[in-house]
Design a protein around this ligand. Sequence first.
Ligand code: DO4
Ligand code: MG
Length: 280
Amino acid sequence: MKIYKTLQGFVIEHEGYYYISRHTDWDTFINREDLFFELQREIQLLPAAAEYKSLIDNGLLAPIQSQEVWASGVTYLRSRNARMEESKGAGGDNFYDRVYDAERPELFFKSTPQRVVGSGQAVRIRKDSKWNVPEPELTLFINSKGQISGYTVGNDMSSRDIEGENPLYLPQAKTYDKSAAIGPGIAVFDSTIDENTKINLEILRFDIPMFSDSIEINRMKRKHSDLVEYLFREMSFPNGCFLMTGTGIVPHDDFTLEVGDVVKITIDGIGTLVNTVEMK
Ligand code: DO4
Ligand code: MG
């Protein structure tokens, strides 16, 4: 089942049918411990109508209200190698190597809700950066009890030159207005996500594919539950939180995003997140 936050209410999608939820507060809705069963209850009671899909097509919002967005890094070999390469000159290369093998994962604060965009909205690249890439990431929704109760698609926009100059610049490379995209909705399953799930990234410039690649989430070095355990060790999240799980796809080193590029990230069973790049 999938839930979408729209301008006119919360829409539930199940097997091609659409329903409008009775819930009115996104924070309390998605943070329910029994979210999957609540959705099952709702669709048994509510009328389904194909027209409700238009609420998603015309008024989709990012599936977030008060939640923080966190991110994990260097969880795939490809990310470790790309980071070691980009920070070689600054002497930062072995940090990435070490964190890839360490027991403690890299976790960093990515975004407040106000800097997050949804599918169909623009992401930004920084004006003081010359080397920018999207990072397509499976993103967990974790409720306040620390349970992974939903999955969405995430784009952890990153300025590679800023991060490569000095690892201490990571917050500037990662966190700025519209640097985080999540959506289109939240997929809620009655079990954990299939480990063969594929993430696909496609970047279009004037409708021409500039880059595409895909990876299965089973290539990730760490377990989702371990990332969550570290994140919740010393922090509480009263409304739950989102956690991007790291990228396994990094475009070749001579690629940088340009204004107008369209970034499409698809994760099997969850959906497609589409964002155009701007630099306003
Ligand atoms: O260490 C820097 C960030 C890593 C990251 O965002 C990723 O691996 O996805
Ligand atoms: Mg990332």
